[in-house]
Design a protein around this ligand. Structure first.
Ligand SMILES: C[S@@+](CC[C@H](N)C(=O)[O-])C[C@H]1O[C@@H](n2cnc3c(N)ncnc32)[C@H](O)[C@@H]1O
Length: 234
């Protein structure tokens, strides 16, 4: 996502009470960062935060780690969360169940450990990286899925949405290789009757172009498959 320079982004995040400036220092101890001991969920590549702002107030019985690599984008997610909280609970209400942080997801294992027991991961419209030589940068690539496995609880889920058919098809193979079973799949989310999905800014853009949204729920099985190797690692 291209963003114009925002010199105010980092200073604004620095004084935000629900921004985490040093995510790695909370590895293994994320539950302590929230006032309520709710199950932990996370959104990878949150962009401007439209999705996070909805789900945090619509499903308040969970705590959320909201992550993007770019401070210039994350600061907009921070503002979206504040606005959603204000609408839902009134002015000045603190953002209780979300923490925003700038973090490279390719290095997500630096900030999460098996003790964190993440219950669900949302990956919405990540970059499809269409060239073969770039596939390893995909957020659903096996190298990444194996990292997510390490901190997802058994039976934990990845909810994955994309506009991109090749990414979706390849991801089905990646999930199978890495010990995830697919509990739900649709190639046209908005005509599927599925409820419980919140729209993102890219989702609205692609839908307006008439592109069907591909969506799946992958569930972490306790064991890796014995018959298939993770061929595409590292
Ligand atoms: C195409 S946008 C999608 C934004 C939003 N999820 C949506 O659906 O509208 C992808 C987002 O992922 C972020 N991103 C890409 N690679 C990342 C990485 N390695 N670590 C963290 N964030 C990343 C980008 O900065 C961008 O905000």
């Amino acid at each position: 996502m291209r963003m114009r320079g925002k010199p105010w982004a980092r200073p604004e995040l620095a004084v935000c009470p629900f921004n985490i400036p040093d995510p790695a220092s909370h590895r293994g101890n994320w539950k302590a960062q929230f006032p309520n001991p709710y199950p932990l969920r996370m959104e990878l590549g949150c962009g401007k935060g439209e999705f996070a702002a909805q789900i945090c107030v619509q499903e308040p019985e969970y705590n959320y780690l909201v992550i993007d690599i770019k401070s210039e984008v994350l600061v907009l997610a921070k503002r979206a969360l504040e606005a959603a909280y204000q609408t839902a609970y009134g002015p000045g209400h603190p953002v209780e169940n979300a923490r925003v942080m700038s973090q490279d997801i390719e290095r997500i294992d630096l900030m999460l450990s098996p003790q964190d027991q993440i219950q669900r991961i949302y990956i919405n419209f990540c970059n499809p990286w269409p060239k073969n030589k770039h596939h390893k940068k995909r957020l659903t690539y096996p190298r990444q899925l194996m990292k997510y496995r390490s901190f997802l609880q058994d039976g934990g889920e990845i909810w994955f949405k994309t506009d991109d058919d090749p990414l979706f098809d390849d991801s089905l193979e990646y999930f199978a290789q890495c010990g995830f079973s697919v509990r739900y799949l649709t190639r046209d989310l908005h005509n599927s009757g599925f409820s419980g999905s919140y729209s993102t800014e890219h989702e609205r853009m692609f839908s307006a172009q008439g592109i069907p949204i591909k969506f799946l729920i992958a569930v972490k099985e306790p064991e890796l498959p014995q018959t298939s190797e993770v061929k595409t690692l590292p």
